[in-house]
Design a binder for this molecule. Sequence first.
Ligand code: R5P
Length: 364
Amino acid sequence: MNGLRIVAGNANPDLARKVAELVVEKFNTRYVEFIDEVLRERRGAPLEGVRDPLKFEDVWCEAKVKYFPDNEVYAHVERTVRGQCVFVIQPTCPPRQGTPPGEPGPKTVNDHLMELLLLIDALKRASAEKICAVVPYFGYARQDRKTEGRVPISARLVANLIERAGATRVLAVELHASQIQGFFDIPLDHLRTDHLFARHIRAHHPDWLEDLVVVSPDLGGLFRARRVAERLQSPGFATLAKRRFDGGKLEVLLVIGDVKGKRVLLVDDILSTGGTLLRAVDRLIEQGAKEVYAACTHGIFAGDALERIEASPLSRIIVTDTIPQTAAEGHPLVEVVSVADDLAEAIIRIYLGLSISELLVRGR
Ligand code: R5P
């Protein structure tokens, strides 16, 4: 019996549960009825026991992930996973409210990473047949190359750790750089979020589409922003670029493209301190933009980022729930779109051995 199981650590349990519920609902309403047809499309070894509707209580596999008094992590998967196809949903983001000093519990990105590694190890040693690390936010992604001598390539090290722990596959969302896929020697499916932002804007802010210019805050994010512009069929496109003068002492943020009198949508992958975004907002307003909005996939909101955004001329920011948005949810400036549906669809397709290129390439 190749069952589908979903396990989660402490990083984003609400998202994990929502995904598990959607997996059950979608499988039972869209897949099981056509299972013979579906399995004809499939490549690879035959699957056993996938002809019956799924039950949430079978799919959801409770795991206890706790901390010892010295803050070592303990993980225990509470049910058998022998021969099963298991998905571990755990973004490696900082905890939303870090555990107070002196109390055991997750305090940093590293704790969530360690939880992921230990869960994978536990599943491997419990004879799970396949282990897919579902990492909606991949921490350390920005350290993806040597920018100077004697520094690590941390994103590569994290990829090695996940793989060595025993993951047989990875499902990630809007990686900082697509090349990170190549840091893994196991299959990685990379979901994008441009279609989610475009759908949300069309549904809730059709007024933004008049005179819209989509802008990347740096040259590294150019293709990401362009994908959103294409989805919105926005002819307006611009980018910011850093230019250094005087031997690197003076830094100027150049705006390449016309934003004067326009509404601007800044598109980025990560919002951490908000520094990148807010510098871009100031520069765009200086250049005559009439309103600035932002769409950032991974809303970390580190430190006082939310307060700094409130004090800025940014009119609205859209983020996703790859990271829990407990602080930002309900804030008048922040709107949250969910990646749960796409993750659920991708999980079913991975489980059944179906193509997910429709999701990867076009979104729905
Ligand atoms: C940088 O290349 C990233 O795409 C983000 O723009 C950046 O990491 C955001 O960080 P912060 O909000 O701290 O400026």
